[in-house]
Design a protein. Sequence first.
Length: 555
Amino acid sequence: MSQTNKNSLTIALIAGLIYLPFLGGVHLFDWDEINFAEIAREMVVLDDYLRIHVNFIPFTEKPPLFFWMQALSMEVFGIGEYAARFPNAVCGIVTLVYLYRLGEKLVDTRFGWLWAGAYFGSILPTMYFKSGIMDPWFNLFIFLGIMHLIAYYWRKDDVEGSPFEKQKWKYLVLAGVFTGLGIMLKGPVAYLITGLTLGVYWILKRFRFYINLKEVAIYTLIALAVTGIWYGVETLVHGPQFAIEFTIRQWTIFSTPDAGHRGFPGYHFVVLFVGCFPASIFLIRAHGKLFLEKNSLIDLKKWMIVLFWVVLILFTIVKSKIVHYSSMAYFPITFLAALTIYQMWDAKITWKKWMGTTMVVFVLLFGLVIIAFPWLGMNTEVLKPLFSKDPFALKNLDADINWTGIESIAGILFIGIVMAFLILRKKGLWKRATITLFGGIGVFVFLTIILFIKKIEGYSQNAAIEFYKSKQDCDCYVVPERFKSYGQLFYAQPMPGSNEKRADKEWLKTGDIDKDAFFVAKVNKTDRLENLDDIEFLYEKNGFTFWKRQAVSQP
């Protein structure tokens, strides 16, 4: 086995040890995780992999590729949290191995380790590989598409230092295939991000057509051919409904703060700085002068800076502000971070005092918050005055969560890792410093997920999900009242064949229902239920109230 393959296997094993365990240790989170898992569950239940359904009603907000992955996982592991999150754990392994091999090809083995390590050792990238959202695979497909376009351009122009040796057309074809897979996974934003990146780079090249219009057309047609595997068949079989409603939905997300997902203009700047710590510190330094010798590396740095800013500006413009929208930027951030560390390691550029100061301030601020969190959990009376105007959040704090204090070890570890890195770096021990920083942060994220996420979920949604699960064997309706949720579907697990009016909430509350209906409402939004004459209040728990309305007519 070659050294490259040995290192790839080592990275895959390390990634597997972090990403694969405990995927099912906590309930899926509303909305996206549960929404996606429910779509996959209904694919399995209906044995229908062509059409997407939610509550067994056609759903037109997402294409099917990620749901196919989840459905396959559910066929193997059974319907549950582990199966819903397993595809992203696989994506994490594939991503780190790919970054290592690409980095080794572009520069050398050390750079390959640095790039994979920077991705592994940044906070949000590791967290997302243990989630059930589609963005990790979506981002990987976009990045693969862009990298193969770059490879095509380098082969075409014989860029000095290019490691790509295959026939140039193979890279163009693969670029189209990967972009097409991205469109099949989440929609045309995959093509939009790629197109904007190509366009900005074209401007920087002073409008020189480094890839001509004919080549762009071929790439586009290949991407469309891949998407046509499903989009085309869906349209032929069921008509244009999906295409029309999906397009409207994408515009809604872009132009309005959809479903309350608002944010300030600098939202994604903060998300990426905090979420990609510590790589984000080195990203800032990478915008300064680096001493690169290969034209290919000089050019790739330019590409990565363009990609970073395209993603950041695009999703700053988008009105809906959700953390994972800007996650495509993780690839250029970690590349630029690895490049900066590589240059510092070789003493080509120097460490700046502001970098150390920023790291210390950040790690102390967040580390102390993590250390204090368990104490606050054991003394919620301290927090309650802060939520006096939010009855639901106030009641959330009444959840019986077993904080032991041992959870604070995560915050202590976080501070210790960064301080150890700074000490080792000052001594010039870059190899040990880098392993300590990125390896340590990766372990820190893994430990934090184990120690904190289940407890946090206990406050936010566990009471409702426990109720949903109690209705799995009940032939009844389970309905969230005045809040959006998919939890009642995935956890109550209704089966197809129910009354066609099952999605009509007014009918469920006042009509001649054929089965008992159970309602879940937040404590501050119960007025409409309280005004019903034939409804029974069951109980209240942690901010949620539970109600029952008996069947009026027999099915």
